[in-house]
Ligand binder design. Structure first.
Ligand code: ATR
Length: 273
């Protein structure tokens, strides 16, 4: 049976095996998908052991996405711009790296009826999560994209890197252009520590769509704050997780699964956890 896996550390709580098992059943694909705990200093060895034992492809999660970027023999344009790899494809004796996170976010927004064309988009955070989604957002031709980060220099640096691809600017959280945004995305890790980035409520005066790339059993700190400020819609990152997985599945198997039943099953399992 064709072997697939997700590499991470920690990995026990990964939803990827659950998601890909459902995709495989739904599409009638015969494959096995495992969660592999790679030692922090042994990612390359873990991948080569997996490939040697018949691995055809894998997902890569925290903290190995940048190492995967360096490891692969060939990068997709998305991975090259993201500076990280979340999908490994072993094909014709060669290890290819792609990044499906950004397309996962865009597809989840579209799934929820949110297009980005001509919209004013604000993204909070300037770490790996932001870097992975900027280019796919710009491809949707927003009117403008502003990256704001607690450490201003990182947001300014990302904006400089991506400004050749579209209208993107960067600043600290306290220097966001004074306007109301249509879509506000939290790509910072603030919700993981139960905090929301410290921004003025005027930025979400326009009843925007607020999107937290983190998800959990409870509503995230950012989405709670946005809802209290009158956000038009709040979405968490569960749909993005499923959509990036669907895109990886498509790269491996050439079949795009239906994400709807998987979204429902995951949400249900979260509420029962
Ligand atoms: P990831 O790969 O998830 O993006 P990361 O590269 O460590 O993780 O980046 C985390 C991001 O969340 C950073 O932009 C960080 O801001 P700094 O660059 O100033 O450290 C941001 N972040 C984390 N906690 C935050 C908080 N409580 N409020 C605002 N931003 C926060």
């Amino acid at each position: 049976m064709d072997q697939y896996a997700v590499f991470g550390n920690p990995i026990a709580h990964s939803k990827s095996p659950f998601i890909h098992k459902m995709f495989a059943e739904q599409t009638g694909q015969s494959l096995h998908y495992a969660a592999i705990l790679s030692p922090l200093d042994g990612f390359a060895e873990s991948v080569s052991t997996f490939i040697a034992s018949g691995g055809r492809g894998a997902n890569v999660t925290v903290p190995f996405k940048e190492q995967a970027f360096k490891l692969v023999e060939q990068l997709s344009p998305a991975a090259r711009q993201a500076g990280s790899v979340n999908t490994l494809i072993y094909q014709d004796g060669k290890l290819l790296g792609d990044n499906t996170d950004g397309i996962g976010l865009v597809k989840d927004l579209l799934f929820n009826g949110v297009g980005l064309k001509d919209k004013a988009v604000l993204i909070l955070g300037a770490g790996g999560a932001t870097r992975g989604v900027v280019l796919p957002i710009l491809k949707q031709q927003p009117g403008m994209l502003h990256i704001a980060n607690r450490t201003a220099a990182k947001a300014e640096e990302l904006a400089r890197h991506f400004c050749q691809f579209g209208p993107v600017t960067g600043s600290g959280l306290e220097a966001i252009p004074p306007m109301a945004f249509d879509v506000v995305i939290n790509a910072s890790s603030s919700s993981l520590s139960g905090e929301s980035p410290d921004i003025a409520s005027s930025y979400i005066a326009n009843q925007p769509v607020c999107y937290d790339m983190v998800y959990g059993k409870e509503i995230t700190a950012f989405n709670n704050w946005c809802a209290a400020q009158g956000a038009g819609l709040t979405l968490d990152g569960l749909g993005m997780l499923v959509e990036q997985a669907a895109q990886s599945f498509y790269l491996w198997r050439g079949i795009m699964p239906d994400t709807q039943p998987v979204r429902q099953a995951l949400r249900m399992s979260l509420s029962q956890a």
